[in-house]
Design a protein around this ligand. Structure first.
Ligand code: GCU
Length: 340
């Protein structure tokens, strides 16, 4: 009798121990980003976190902090470099302050269309740029679609670059974005995304630029009723993990995360197309005047800016990008134009 009670007690303790062990073995990775939870990018990140949890059978967990809860994108990238934050989803624009090659994507009209951009991202250029961060403590995992960026303004549409004269335009924390708005004739003002609604409301800036889902989900359209689709840049989002956290994961854990990131990128790219169309419809229904200005004057306004990259790594990348379209291009994905 005594020995069977002892056996039951021992089994109970052993089970407790195993249970504790399992709990302590859960590796939690914090992921920060700037966008609201209604944004398609957030949904893709949730998809990635779910897959990581399921495949690792609870051994790995990604906790998502949206809405710049952990700081601006620039601040989050810094935290990832230091290892105090494990994962960041950021626009490639502020990344150029850490990985200079990433400036390629903010260069206005660097790509002929979305299919051209994805040829670059899915190929060697995309791979090289993801790897470029490793020596800076930032391991690139995947790209998300962020469509094209266009101007939205409070008082009048931007039909030619001349309309930007005298306007303060919010840009991301990116030298290339600043130089682009300057070249087009506007006054660039870098502001964190989370502070932009108030900045527009208080008249700190007269407008900004972004893709349709971001204009919709940020509710900036409540203040900016003119959206001019000049599609000046196609800046992807990038998911990066801290080199510090990465090197402490087992190879199996790294593979689980890499696969979940890639799968979430596939999911996000499908979702993006639908959500872009939905955003344009909803913006129109909300009274936003959407126009499609002639791109040529906008392209002409940045010719000098393009020349200024001579002799830099950006020029080399622009040449590689251009080469993708020499000969007969075979786009991997055919994206519909945002406006039917
Ligand atoms: C896009 C991008 C975000 C970024 C935002 C911005 O929406 O996906 O990561 O924060 O632009 O303009 O700051």
């Amino acid at each position: 009798m005594k020995s069977s009670i002892r056996l039951i007690l021992l089994t109970f303790l052993a089970l407790q121990f195993i249970g504790c062990g399992d709990r302590t073995r859960v590796r939690v990775l914090k992921l920060g980003h700037s966008l609201p939870t209604s944004h398609p990018v957030h949904k893709a990140l949730e998809n990635m976190a779910l897959q990581v949890r399921q495949v690792s059978q609870g051994g790995l967990r990604i906790d998502i902090y949206p809405n710049e809860q952990l700081g601006s994108e620039r601040e989050m990238i810094e935290q990832v470099q230091l290892g105090s934050l494990q994962i960041v989803k950021t626009s490639a624009s502020p990344l150029e302050g850490f990985i200079p090659e990433m400036a390629l994507f903010t260069v206005p009209y660097a790509f002929q269309d979305q299919a051209h951009l994805w040829e670059a991202l899915d190929g060697e250029i995309g791979e090289d740029l993801l790897e470029a961060g490793t020596k800076k403590g930032l391991v690139g995992l995947c790209y998300y679609d962020a469509g094209s960026r266009s101007f939205y303004t409070k008082d009048k549409p931007i039909t030619t670059p001349a309309d930007l004269a005298g306007l303060k335009i919010r840009v991301q924390n990116s030298r290339t974005a600043i130089e682009m708005v300057e070249a087009m004739g506007g006054s660039p003002t870098p502001i964190a995304f989370g502070e932009l609604y108030t900045s527009l409301e208080q008249g700190v800036v007269d407008g900004a630029e972004n893709n349709p889902p971001s204009l919709l989900t940020s509710r900036h359209y409540e203040l900016c009723k003119f959206y001019s689709l000049d599609e000046h840049s196609s800046v992807p989002d990038v998911v990066l993990i801290s080199e510090e956290a990465w090197s402490r994961l087992t190879q199996t854990q790294q593979a689980v995360i890499k696969k979940a990131a890639n799968d979430s990128a596939e999911f996000q790219r499908e979702l993006w197309i639908k959500e872009t169309q939905r955003a344009l419809d909803e913006l129109t229904a909300a009274g936003v005047e959407i126009s499609r200005p002639d791109k040529k004057p906008f392209q002409a306004s940045v010719t000098e800016l393009h020349k200024s990259y001579q002799g830099t790594v950006i020029e080399e990348l622009l040449i590689r990008v251009k080469k993708l379209r020499d000969g007969s291009p075979k786009p991997k994905r055919v994206l519909p134009s945002p406006i039917p």
